[in-house]
Ligand binder design. Sequence first.
Ligand SMILES: Nc1ncnc2c1ncn2[C@@H]1O[C@H](COP(=O)(O)OP(=O)(O)OP(=O)(O)O)[C@@H](O)[C@H]1O
Length: 583
Amino acid sequence: MGLLKQALPFVGIFAAALILPLVSNDYWTLIATRAAIYWVLVSALNLVVGFAGQLAIGWVAMLTLGAYTTSVLVAGNVMPPVNVFLALGAAALVGGVAGVIVGLPALRLRTFYFAMTTLGFATIVTQIALAWQDVTGGGIGLVGPVMPAPLDSIFGFYLFCLALAAFCTWITANVAHSRFGRSLVAIRDADVAAESAGISKPLLLGSVFLFAGAMAGIAGGLFATLQSYISPEAFTFDLSVLFFIAILIGGRGSILGPLIATIVLTWLPEFAAPLVAWSTFLYAVLLLVIVLAAPGGIAALLDFRSRRPIEADRSIVVHTDVLPEILAGRLSADPILLKGIVLSFGGVRAIDGLDLQVEPGQVHGLIGPNGSGKTTTLNVISGFYHPEAGSVTLGTAPLPMDAPQTRAASGIARTFQTPRIIGESTVLQNVMVGGAINGKGSFVESLLALPRHRHDEAMLRHDALLALRCVGLAGLAEVRADRLQHSELRFLEIARALMVRPRFLLLDEPAAGLSGDEIHSLGSLIRAISRQGTGVLLVEHHADLIFEICDQVTVLNLGRELAAGTPAEIRVHSEVVSAYLGS
Ligand SMILES: Nc1ncnc2c1ncn2[C@@H]1O[C@H](COP(=O)(O)OP(=O)(O)OP(=O)(O)O)[C@@H](O)[C@H]1O
């Protein structure tokens, strides 16, 4: 039902596009062809910009490369003339490789600098096209490829581009609704949570840059065919801005929004010829209006579901009876061992020679005054910080440092002091992100919705619903996460961590901001998780909760162990009482 409802607007748009040539003239068919070609590029770029949040503003470079590759190969300027479809394949290859090369800096550069890199690349490509006269015709340009019959007619070529645009819509929607699409949004909005869930940023971003580059390359070949003659002037900065702004106006993380925006932005300058010269200005005004009036873009305006009221008087009722099913078969006999850990930030020694042993099946409390090094210890175990000295092992196996994305595979999951949630995704999608590494299907299998992708989706959905039932949030599964109360976000993070089927669960102040009843529910949930064999390391300031549910407690002060023992021992430890608990 949901799928049909989601597909309906797309079916409507493509059905209208199909009958357009019958009710209009060749001119409008050409404009619609251009919109379809732009959409081939924008639909894939949407995964980079709208989903992964990477500001690839100079993507016109891939269009340029695709256009020249196809035209040069078909014209036979460097080798004997090539069939136009083979040339389109080559354009995809060149675009894909260039996409990865341009995309790589995104792994290191901050958003703005990355945007500048892509723009720089676009300028380089145009300059090469200008300078390499023997092959590209320099400033004069060269003839674009011609399609074989029946695709050489206006109508035939339009149908071809439309079919490709529809196909691109389908494949990008498949990715958007896969673990890859959710992971991209997680990288954008909650990157540390994504890494803790085992999502490999380089691999994932590399795949989408390759895909977006390849589709832009194909779009370039089609663009050259449509133009019938190309020169560097055809690939303006305006065009790059159009692609980029279509996604922003359409709305991040949406497919329908950018599709509508691409159609509108292609059509807009045609609507009144004198406006063509003003197109950049028009785009800028449109963007400004959208940013001010509807920051979420067209997609947010069309998102009626998120405006529906949700039950105000909610309480969290945990269901620990489903835990055996969630945690089945993922137990550890080995403890997590920290030996002689030392870590400083500038002059501050955050951890100063700490030994710690977290046993499976136990709740281990880590307490101490503010700034005593508790969160830093969690960050060392989960691979975010690299200690200057000491070792972290799971049993005898060392856990790699500076590699937080490896922890989920080792069965170590965590929550954060400030919940790291993807506000624009639903509660269910947030939890499904936690199980990203459990999926078996590849990126290509997701593009084409092959059986392994469908199996992954069904499994992740089932597991996530179970985890949500466990933490008492099943009723909110389809609600956007940014509509939840703070306390619910804390339980949501635990549900996401449970998707890892953790051998060890690291909780950073999970009771902060919770009511008395919620703390009680949290306590019974943590206890039940540990009873299944999972070791829990609990950083917490609520002393009552610590003493009620912990098997072992370690007290930190100034990055050192002040005391360790059972709750009963710690409660009466004189130094702990004077340094932390008070009388
Ligand atoms: N990224 C960082 N850069 C610089 N200093 C840091 C960083 N993270 C922690 N510190 C410092 O290291 C010390 C330990 O911080 P940490 O957050 O581990 O303490 P904590 O025990 O978790 O405190 P709280 O209970 O307030 O969360 C503090 O002095 C803190 O200011």
